[in-house]
Design a binder for this molecule. Sequence first.
Ligand code: SF4
Length: 188
Amino acid sequence: MPDGIEGKAPAFALGSVAKLVGALRAGSTWPVTMGLACCAIEMMAAGTSRFDLSRFGMEVFRASPRQADLMLVSGRVSHKMAPVVRRVYDQMADPKWVISMGACACTGGVFNNYAVVQGCDHIVPVDIYLPGCPPRPEMLIHAILELHQQIKAEPLGPDRAKVARAVEEAALAAIAPGETRSMNEVNA
Ligand code: SF4
């Protein structure tokens, strides 16, 4: 029998339990305080009264990763900062989600150089990629709403961990933008 709530609920009630848990999780996501570059200004703006992230109960960015389950990677990630980003992610409460905010976080953006990680999915598993330089606060709110839909449709318990592991392994195996491979390596 699987661990978690799906191991305890009777089979006929599983669908309803999954829907209820999904709705509760989607409605209670808390972002962790972590601004990396210029995109973070737009992220902060999303919390102000003009854009009003508090409509979703999310305007308080948690100061401790242990009280947060959503990471907004807002801006370029330098190689020096990469282990810190990963540590914050590891300390967040499970289940947790990641939005990669901006061209730099998604692909390194215009910083195709030795100092910047070419996509934060090399460090953490990403659930939503948000393009733009920088994306406007409305775009961030749209990405958060998309994530809410994704969370509602997610399987419960160990399945979620399995999916996150598979996403992470695929990201680690992917080649970075700008990196090239010979045809022999591709065909191998
Ligand atoms: S995507 Fe643009 S705004 Fe965002 S961190 Fe990169 S350069 Fe700055």
